[in-house]
Design a protein around this ligand. Structure first.
Ligand code: SF4
Length: 365
């Protein structure tokens, strides 16, 4: 097991400058939706606390969450994530394999019982005795029960680990479920397809700073990341309110950055902080790039929210909102009224012209 050092010493050893470190602390403060007065407290905790042990388990997944962590760029969030925790086991990126890898996992589970963080990626197959995912002779079900059952808490990264994700979409051939279906201990859900590494880091930083998990919603998702709808902070929202919708890929509205609701956007039903933290160091996110939100962080999104490019039936929410339907009906009604008025004017004009002509004819006769 690696020798324990403080987080800051580890970052310093990796060449992370004081400036980058403070930048990181302030970005974590912003992600956690805390006042900037907490920056010194976060910096103090990261500087002085010993790194908590962590193990990362991967089951039925595309490795998207691991990729999401490793693909982060400068200042390397991946380095910081990997250095604020003492990651002892991760099948995809660890150098060890076979017996030595399994020993590393076993040592943490036994020697750090109740103190380490379990991070899980991927869904867990339960059908046919769980035989569809077996590692070191143990089914994924047994590994989750053992590793998560002995952890201080579990972080489920990505929608598959949270509630089965795409693997559990009908007909769900492997009987895939998320971690919460199998454990009774403390856990945090960080769904998304994949999860956003900034939310994972912020959750761990909150734990290091305050010794507790952040406030969670009813689906055990941190409120700092899932407290608001994508729709609430979407830069295309003024177009939604104005009834300006993209109707066809590449049409004029699409080129002008209008609302993607008619193209299937599920942003009004999706709770995630994509519009504020974005991806790739805050560069962009799907809606900004012109693609509708697919509600990837919502429970059962594949079966409940329907086909990706099919328009959701209505927009739930406060009364100040106008639904696209109402806006549409309003627009159609306006058009019909305009057409009808135009027709009436034309008819009247026609009638008057006819009347004038017949008068002139009568005078001539
Ligand atoms: Fe943005 Fe989608 Fe809401 Fe339109 S429907 S404002 S694109 S979140």
């Amino acid at each position: 097991m690696a020798k324990k050092e403080t987080v800051y010493k580890g970052l310093f050893r990796l060449g992370v400058s004081r400036r980058d470190f403070m930048k990181f602390c302030s970005s974590m403060c912003a992600t956690l939706a805390l006042s900037s007065s907490f920056i010194p407290q976060i910096a103090d905790a990261i500087e002085k606390k010993k790194k908590p042990y962590a193990v990362w388990l991967e089951f039925q997944s595309c490795t998207g969450d691991t990729e999401s962590m490793l693909r982060a760029s400068e200042p390397s969030i991946a380095e910081i994530v990997l250095d604020i925790i003492s990651l002892e086991y991760h099948e995809t990126i660890m150098a060890g394999s076979g017996y030595s890898a399994e020993k590393a996992l076993h040592d943490v589970v036994v020697n750090q019982k109740g103190k380490y963080i379990a991070i899980v990626e991927g869904s867990i197959p339960t059908k046919d005795g769980g035989i569809y995912c077996v590692i070191d002779g143990k089914t994924a079900v047994d590994r989750v029960k053992e590793v998560c059952g002995n952890a201080a808490f579990t972080i489920n990264v990505g929608s598959c680990a949270c509630w089965g994700g795409v693997g559990s979409a009908k007909p769900n051939p492997t009987g895939a479920v998320g971690v919460p279906a199998l454990i009774s201990g403390k856990y945090v859900n960080l769904p998304g397809c994949p999860m956003n590494v900034e939310n994972v880091t912020a959750t761990i930083v909150h734990y290091l700073t305050f010794g507790t998990l952040p406030a969670l919603d009813r689906e055990n998702r941190p409120l700092f990341a899932h407290g608001k709808r994508v729709h609430d902070n979407c830069e295309r929202r003024p177009h939604f309110d104005a009834g300006q919708f993209v109707r066809k890929w590449g049409d004029d509205g699409h080129r002008r950055g209008w609302c993607l609701y008619e193209m299937g956007c599920k942003g009004p039903m999706a709770y995630l902080n994509c519009p504020t933290i974005k991806w790739n160091e805050g560069t962009s996110y799907p809606i900004q790039a012109g693609h509708p939100c697919i509600a990837c962080a919502s429970n059962d999104s594949w079966d409940v929210f329907g086909p990706i490019y099919t328009r959701a039936p209505h927009v739930p929410g406060a009364s100040y909102q106008s639904t696209a339907d109402k806006i549409g009906i309003g627009a159609v009604a306006g058009t019909v009224a305009a057409v009808a008025t135009h027709a009436a004017i034309r008819t009247l004009r026609g009638y008057k012209i006819k009347e004038k002509l017949s008068k002139e004819k009568a005078e001539t006769d």
